[in-house]
Design a protein around this ligand. Structure first.
Ligand SMILES: CC(=O)[C@@H](O)[C@H](O)COP(=O)(O)O
Ligand SMILES: NCC(=O)COP(=O)(O)O
Length: 238
């Protein structure tokens, strides 16, 4: 069964709404690890809309499991990564205007450029994963870059409108996963996974890690609200 990487970007999104200090993603990472997370994932976006460089540097010191740094393939981000040295890096596409990551990298169109980043990062001892759609040509191109992992983008599967679409997308991911394994690439998946759609993805042969954030943090807000309100009432009444 795959391991679970908990993406804590969404904790930082709440903090950045007030540009304040809470909730602190570093504290969230500790709680996630104590609850059994096998890894912590953060996406340091170029526009710094949620996770900040400060978070990544502190997490490097505090995370006891694995720190997965998601980032765009740019010289600025590579310099940060080489300095921080996360346990692994996931290269992802970024568009400033997007609300969240909308699809996988076009590795086929930028095989040489991405290959250079992969070579530089893996040469420094940091395994690289490429966030890709489960398409044959993208997975084949990923293999040509020398990246050790791919992370299959599960967003289209997560957005399926009915059972038939869900089945179709699951078949696409299963086929893509099999191709990655056949080509000797290790397999992760993530994006949009929830308490309802994750099990089937966890059962794909060779799946090593699922990176899940939004659904876990959304649930945490709801299951934690009762206690938070009670604590404030107690404080007021004390
Ligand atoms: C690459 C990916 O699927 C996730 O990391 C996702 O992008 C989380 O970051 P955002 O919440 O900024 O989209
Ligand atoms: N790479 C996917 C990830 O880290 C989490 O995505 P989401 O669960 O927040 O959609």
């Amino acid at each position: 069964m795959p391991t679970l990487g908990v993406n804590i970007d969404h904790i930082a999104t709440i903090r950045q709404a007030r540009r304040g200090t809470e909730p602190d993603p570093v504290a969230a990472a500790v709680i996630a690890e104590l609850a059994g997370a096998d890894g912590i994932t953060v996406h340091l976006r170029e526009d710094r809309r949620h996770i900040q460089e400060r978070d990544v540097r502190l997490l490097r010191q505090t995370v006891r499991t694995r720190l997965n740094l998601e980032m765009a393939a740019t010289p600025e981000m590579v310099a940060i990564a080489l300095d921080v040295k996360p346990d692994y890096i996931t290269l992802v596409p970024e568009r400033r205007e997007e609300i969240t990551t909308e699809g996988g990298l076009n590795v086929k169109a930028q095989c040489d450029r991405l290959g250079k980043f992969v070579h530089q990062l893996q040469g420094a001892g940091i395994p690289v994963s490429l966030f890709v759609d489960a398409e044959t040509d993208q997975i084949q191109a990923s293999a040509r870059t020398g990246a050790k992992f791919v992370e299959l983008h599960t967003g289209t599967y997560a957005n399926a409108k009915n059972e038939e679409e869900l089945k179709q997308e699951l078949a696409v991911l299963t086929k893509g996963g099999a191709l990655a394994i056949e080509l000797g690439i290790r397999l992760n998946s993530g994006h949009g996974l929830t308490y309802w759609n994750t099990r089937a993805i966890a059962q794909i042969a060779g799946m090593e890690e699922l990176n899940i954030g939004h659904s876990i943090i959304s649930r945490a807000v709801l299951v934690g609200l009762d206690r938070a309100v009670r604590e404030m009432k107690d404080l007021i009444n004390s």
